[in-house]
Design a protein around this ligand. Structure first.
Ligand code: ADP
Length: 493
């Protein structure tokens, strides 16, 4: 089975969110199952600063873009810890920029950049010496790949048997661009209709992928159900419901070579279930030092790591902190970047309770590891959450997640009730309503269990023992790939 994995970010090359974690780990897991996987990703400026060993293959070719042609230079590396080849598509004009997609405003030419990337990935595949079975396309940035395969590259020998699988990591990011960008794609205008590429007058990259792909997946079974209705589908619920038979959910795993408290290089003392207390204490000393404090705070540490955007329920956290931080029962640490207003609102509430709240604005991978190791409780109060990774990292590091009952959080966290605690199946605290009081109540419940040392330490050990490695999920992807390969391709008019 030969799989070409097309993703706009992949850890450790470049990362803005969970997609990078998936694209950095799933190819390796598939390869361990015997799949022949190649990853294709852009050569952003970022990727060269990481000491990853990137070579020029000497291969370059022209990619049509409207009336112009842009040169794609092909660089090569390997996904660390695996034998998965990584091809990086280089073009200075498109990718030699300070960030991946833009800052507070997206780059104005993102349509052009990812049309180029998608076509370049197929042009590259077409020039390889072995045929591709599955094009595994991720998010809107690779949304045009299934359409290019069906409409443009279907007769290329290396691509003629290929099926495409479109994976959605977040329905809220759809890659909507003005209709004239159709001219850059080279697709016939006849496809610019509401059943194919058009979304209310705009060109929809993700929509195109959903229509043209042979199968669609998303990153949890619950999210797969939620997106077939409003508001989860973000306007594409009709398209997704119509393709319901082709849509399935597979929960993300975690890269246990990166996220493992037993081997983590970013924490002062590695640990496992048996010495979690010592490991956490050392992490808290290091965290205190990092935050400019002489000694760690003895109170339970409640943390949040994530993008500070509406999706993540930060408004609930701010409201909750306004009521709870003054009570002195816990210490809160928040690490994230996001919208200017949210960052400012967090800073303001932190300034009111300097003894209880620490807000660190920034994207800092190492610091994230230290926080999961130090924390007792990790908050994931999302409005919606396709899968969510921080609750899985938290569990692995012996921090108990407090999550809202949405998307992948439902599939990965079992609420700690008397019954589930007794049965040894509890793995966090779940609240339903998108409401700061519901969040506060769940934190109260967690702190209640935390005050019973024996019960808490049993819960922590049991949560740490769960297996969230990629093995199970990679097998589910492989089964799907096999089914898709055997089935007839989806016909398009
Ligand atoms: P999303 O993809 O919606 O951002 P996920 O929970 O799936 O959410 O993945 C987020 C990933 O990004 C996790 O690996 C998380 O640790 C990481 N992350 C988010 N914000 C930061 C930050 N400010 N610093 C370091 N890592 C972060």
């Amino acid at each position: 089975m030969r799989v070409l994995f097309v993703a706009s970010e992949a850890a450790p090359f470049a990362k803005t969110g969970g997609l990078a974690d998936v694209a950095g780990a799933l190819p390796g897991a598939l390869s361990r199952l015997g799949c022949d996987v190649t990853l294709v990703t852009p050569a952003y400026r970022d990727v060269f600063a990481k000491g990853l060993g990137i070579d020029d293959t000497g291969l370059s070719f022209e990619v049509p873009l409207g009336g112009r042609r842009l040169t794609a230079r092909i660089l090569r590396s390997t996904l660390p810890g695996t034998d998965v080849p990584v091809f990086l598509i280089a073009n200075e004009g498109c990718f030699d920029r300070p960030t991946l997609y833009g800052g507070t405003e997206d780059y104005a030419d993102n349509a052009e950049r990812f049309i180029f990337f998608s076509r370049a990935a197929l042009e590259l595949a077409g020039r390889q010496d072995r045929p591709v079975d599955i094009l595994h396309c991720h998010d809107w940035q690779a949304g045009l790949v299934p359409a290019y395969r069906k409409l443009v590259y279907h007769a290329w020998p290396m691509l003629s048997q290929a099926r495409s699988v479109m994976t959605i990591h977040n329905m809220a990011y759809q890659g909507l661009f003005w209709h004239w960008d159709m001219l850059l794609t080279g697709f016939d205008w006849k496809h610019f209709n509401w059943q194919q590429m058009e979304f209310y007058g705009q060109l929809g990259f993700l929509k195109t992928g959903l229509v043209f792909a042979d199968a669609i997946t998303t990153v949890s079974p619950t999210y797969a159900r939620e997106i077939q209705h409003a508001p989860g589908g973000c306007g594409l619920e009709g398209v997704l419901a119509a393709r319901g038979d082709a849509l399935s959910g597979i929960v993300n795993g975690i890269d246990t070579t990166v996220w493992n408290p037993r081997t983590d290089r970013h924490i002062p003392r590695t640990y496992g279930p048996d010495d979690v207390a010592e490991g956490k204490f050392a992490a808290r000393v290091a965290l205190a030092a990092r935050l400019g404090r002489a000694a760690p705070d003895p109170r339970p540490l409640v943390a949040l790591v994530g993008r500070l955007v509406e999706q993540k329920g930060i408004e609930l956290v701010i409201e909750m902190l306004g009521r709870v931080a003054g009570q002195g029962r816990a210490r809160f640490v928040i690490l994230g970047t996001g919208s200017a207003e949210t960052e400012e609102a967090l800073r303001r509430v932190a300034a009111s309770y300097p003894d209880a709240i620490e807000v660190v604005i920034g994207f800092d991978e190492e610091f994230a590891h230290l926080i999961f190791a130090a924390a007792d409780i990790v908050l994931v109060p999302s409005r919606y959450e396709p899968c969510g990774l921080t609750q899985l990292y938290a569990q692995r590091y012996g921090a108990i997640p407090v999550v809202r009952a949405t998307g992948g959080l439902v599939d990965t966290v079992i609420d700690a009730t008397q019954a589930s605690l007794a049965a040894g199946t509890a793995s966090g605290f779940v609240f339903e309503a998108f409401d700061s009081f519901a969040l506060e109540h769940a934190i109260d419940r967690a702190l209640g269990v935390r005050s019973d040392e024996g019960l808490w330490s049993r819960l922590v050990r049991q949560v740490m023992a769960q297996d969230w490695s990629w093995d199970t999920s990679a097998r589910a992807y492989l089964d799907l790939f096999e089914r898709v390969r055997r089935a007839d391709p989806v016909a398009v008019a």
